[in-house]
Design a protein around this ligand. Structure first.
Ligand code: FUB
Ligand code: ZN
Length: 646
């Protein structure tokens, strides 16, 4: 049965009025400025968000339909009525692709209202409701045919059997994340009520004091918190906390080991380990708990984990996960390039974690890593057209190794399509990450053109950003208030503009920096110390003030820590927030490319190439931003290159 109708209407990128209380994360000291308040005009991000809205969401719903993900909900309904049924698809978490596509659609509906899309989403939610059991249980494969799971690595049996791999709680987690996003976007309860019925069942089953189970693939922890933040039902928060507290505690159950971050109590963990996506979702959940409960043990642990990640286990691109085996983090400094895993989902999870760390601490270093991931490992995951994807994101391709689920280039979809649908849910969510507030302080964290109406207690602030970032380092920020006001504005100065590749010293720049940044307020230079990475402008705003930030951009050469064996004797190129690479398509003598401190590196704008990029040009080679590679078919690629004199 075909469910898909065309739904993309006219886009009208206006900031719409929130239909519900959209106060996000009231439990963190710092709050996001919700995307309902932000209207983008940005030349880099707006086209990308539009591509997701106009192409990728429609495409993914089509795949969910043609590959049986929607049908599974209907089959589950028939099975509940006594008929026999067969599961379609090969993953126990295929249901989540439907949820995640709704989540992306919901965020997109806030910035671009589209009644046809909203109606289509409602019809999909109606189909999901069919597959929910009367007591709230919702995992279609188990309802349809519990003795015949879709994959051989899933244990057959009744509900909750083999939780380590069954993905029943992972399915719930994505359900909660998507349903809360949909409720915030539309004010409708249809999806939220499905989530609440499911969460109430989880509370009943897993909240029981005699139950000592922990989820397999984490995400239900953050999902429950999101649901708590909307419903204020403390049972959801308590269950999330219980899942965290039980992990790694072998008193009542057999531990699953480090693949599942289940080898030590979480508050004693200090090394990021195991399945990378599971891990970063877990650490985001721990950060929620540190913020909400204020428990210093969780706070202490997440700081140590974060330092380990960025100081010893992160790719230059922000990518996470060194090993294909187990889709996992490697040992400290184990960061191979050709065989890097760096799953797109892990980059996205890393960003979700970084953003929480910022809201907990107010330190810009978390945004430095977030930005590095965003412009490199994360957007590399999707093609310029929006319909081809990477699952792993290696930093080298030799034209031989089929790194992307058996292919040497991007693929239109996967049997396990976690990465495409994660991009769908993340990219339209991005406007939430540009600004933040704390009492009478507003933070500018990302440089993205657009307008934002920023509530600050009794007051409010309108910010208009105009910038050519990330290709250009000049940012004009127009600050408007209704009347003169005393407020503080904190503007993030990116680490790359301060000669720091990333916190923790895993990578360092090895050529001369550009000129220092400058910041002018109404034409006058703003001097003074940065605090926590921010230039702070406090005091009386006149109602109409202009800030000009200039982040001089220059081609930078980067070296890796000497303990990263894979990068020994090699150097990489960066320009602004971008990591660059050499791709065979631009370089006929690809195998001869080398870098040197003496080489002259020219930056050239190429509006005609790869959707409009700046290339770095030397006498013998052309380099493109890493995110743009593999949009011209198979071929070789390298981020780290032989270096003659550095
Ligand atoms: O298990 C669900 C998702 O599938 C994981 O997050 C990905 O790593 C992929 O294995
Ligand atoms: Zn994935």
């Amino acid at each position: 049965m075909k469910h898909l109708t065309l739904f993309v209407g006219a886009l009208c990128f206006i900031a719409c009025k929130p239909t519900t209380d959209t106060t996000a994360y009231p439990d963190y000291p710092i709050e996001q400025v919700n995307l309902t308040q932000v209207e983008l005009t940005d030349a880099f991000w707006l086209p990308r968000i539009r591509t997701i809205q106009q192409t990728t969401i429609r495409y993914a719903f089509g795949k969910c339909d043609s590959e049986g993900r929607l049908e599974n909900f209907q089959t589950a309904a028939r099975v509940m009525k006594g008929e026999k049924g067969k599961v379609r698809g090969v993953m126990p978490f295929d249901d989540t692709d439907v949820y995640k596509t709704i989540e992306g659609a919901a965020y997109s509906l806030i910035s671009a209202p589209d009644p046809a899309l909203e109606q289509y989403v409602d019809s999909v939610i109606g189909i999901i409701a069919l597959g929910q059991e009367p007591d709230g249980y919702l995992t279609t494969w188990r309802t349809i045919d519990p003795m015949n799971p879709p994959a051989e690595w899933v244990e057959p049996g009744e509900r909750w059997t083999g939780l380590a791999m069954s993905h029943e709680l992972y399915n719930s987690g994505h359900l909660f994340e998507a349903a809360t996003a949909h409720y915030r976007a539309t004010g409708k309860r249809n999806f939220l009520d499905i989530a609440i019925r499911n969460a109430d069942l989880l509370v009943q089953v897993f909240g029981d004091s005699a139950k000592y189970e922990v989820p397999g693939h984490e995400i239900v922890e953050t999902g429950l918190v999101r649901l708590y933040q909307i419903t204020r039902n403390e049972a959801y928060l308590q269950l999330s906390r219980k899942f965290l507290d039980l992990r790694g505690d072998g008193t009542h159950r057999e531990l699953r080991g480090s693949y599942s971050q289940d080898h030590l109590p979480l508050t004693q963990q200090d090394e990021v380990v195991g399945h990378a996506v599971r891990a970063v979702y877990l650490y985001a959940g721990m950060t929620d708990m540190a913020a909400i409960s204020g428990d210093p043990a969780y706070r202490n642990a997440i700081h140590k984990l974060w330092e380990n990640r960025v100081g010893k286990k992160m790719y230059l691109t922000g990518g996470l996960g060194a090993r294909h085996a187990g889709e996992a983090f490697g040992d400290n400094y184990e960061l191979p390039n050709l065989t890097a895993y760096s799953e797109t989902c892990a980059a996205i999870g890393g960003v979700y974690w970084d953003e929480r760390m910022f809201r907990l601490t107010g330190e810009s270093r978390y945004y430095d890593v977030l930005e590095r991931t965003l412009y490199n490992a994360l957007i590399a995951g999707i093609s310029l057209k929006g319909t081809e994807f990477f699952y792993p994101n290696p930093l080298e391709a030799d034209g031989q190794y089929a790194f992307n689920q058996g292919k040497k280039t991007r693929q239109p979809w996967f049997d396990c399509s976690c990465c495409p649908t994660n991009l769908i849910r993340f990219i339209p969510y991005l406007p939430n990450l540009i600004y933040a507030t704390q009492s009478d302080t507003a933070y500018v964290n990302l440089f993205i053109s657009g307008k934002a109406d920023i509530p600050l207690g009794e007051n409010s602030l309108r910010i208009v950003q105009e910038t050519g970032y990330p290709w250009d380092g000049k940012v004009n920020i127009h600050v408007q208030t209704d009347k003169p006001q005393r407020l503080t504005l904190k503007i993030r100065i990116p680490g790359w503009a301060l000669n720091e590749v990333s916190p923790g010293g895993l990578y360092t720049y090895c050529n001369e920096p550009a000129e220092p940044y400058t910041l002018l307020l109404n034409g006058n230079k703003v001097e003074g110390e940065r605090k926590n990475g921010y230039v702070e402008i406090s005091g009386g705003w006149t109602g109409d003030d202009r800030i000009e930030l200039n982040l001089p951009m220059k081609v930078r050469l980067v070296k890796a820590h000497e303990q990263i064996a894979a990068d020994k004797g090699l150097t990489a190129l960066e320009y602004g927030p971008f990591v660059y690479c050499a791709e065979e398509a631009d370089n006929s003598r690809f195998d001869d490319i080398s870098l040197s401190g003496e080489t002259s590196y020219q930056v050239e704008k190429r509006p005609d190439l790869l959707g409009g990029i700046s290339v770095i040009q030397t006498e013998t080679a052309t380099f493109i931003p890493y995110y743009a590679w593999s949009n011209r078919g198979e071929g070789k690629m390298k981020v780290w290159l032989k270096t003659t004199d550095l």
